[in-house]
Design a protein around this ligand. Sequence first.
Ligand code: NAD
Ligand code: SER
Length: 318
Amino acid sequence: MKKIMLTGCLGQIGTELTLHLRDRYGSNNVLATDCSIKGPSEVMESGPFEVLDVLNADRMAELCDKYKINTIIHLAAILSAVGEKNPQRAFDVNMIGLFNVLEVAREKHLQVFTPSSIAVFGKSTPQDMTPQDTIQRPNTIYGVTKVAGELLSDYYYTKFGVDTRGIRLPGIISHMAMPGGGTTDYAVHIFYEAVKNRRYTSFIAKGTKMDMIYMPDCLKAITMLLEADPARLQHRNSFNIASMSVAPEDVAKEIKKHIPDFELTYDVDPVRQAIAESWPNRMDDRCAREEWDWEPDYDLAATTKDMLERLSAKLNAG
Ligand code: NAD
Ligand code: SER
């Protein structure tokens, strides 16, 4: 039976992943933690919740003992755009936080899942059908910490036998919690603004393709890899996964099928645009498909329809 602790559970992914895992494994078997207490009450009240700063290794170990944890899903991180504003903080949270998780896991024989990101790639990486194993020379602090995190997680597996696993997540499109300050955030904001104001001004330029994934597929991928047969895993940290490669105008075109007078304009942010241009247009996810049967359910059309329906219900009810 899994006894899971999530770090950073009040962010974009944690909010939905906590509820998903509680449905799957039982509410009392999923401990949600975050350094903040600002988040949806359903995450903090549908099962155990504790305040945990991932820089506090002693408290992390205590909580693992108290709740008899056997798996850590480590979501606490500083994302790409916020990281460029405070690289020192991004280094501490993303590197020291992961080191603390891996050390606790080594001492207590726990499984660890840590999301990596499309941010592990840089301008020298092949941008189309980016291979699983390729050049990784990112130029953001977020990307640097994510590459180091992949390597550190691999090291803990080969050196100490810690069962580490991870996925290079694309930008996540979702309707429950807002994204936490990344380069792909436009692909969430555009849906909120379409429903509220029928217009959106994009900080990412026309023609800039990036991989995106809808939250239900993200939850499915995490659960599949967590439960995958270890004997089949050649790449533990971290698998490319892909479901749609989109630019802002592609999303706008789909939205217009539902909201014909929707208007997209541009006011490009040079910092986030430079980051976006250094990331892949589309990753090759054949290793995930071969090693743990990854397959997405949502393309851009299905994502758009579902996002607009759910946001219309949420925003019009409020
Ligand atoms: P988010 O920014 O929405 O949430 C991060 C959470 O971590 C927040 O609730 C924050 O309070 C918490 N946190 C920050 N510092 C902390 C600390 N010191 N101790 C404990 N908690 C702390 O992030 P997210 O989008 O949910 O991302 C989760 C993971 O997935 C991260 O590793 C991120 O790199 C990865 N990822 C996310 C995306 C995406 O598009 N959302 C894409 C690729 C990878
Ligand atoms: N969505 C994340 C970001 O833009 C990618 O890891 O930072």
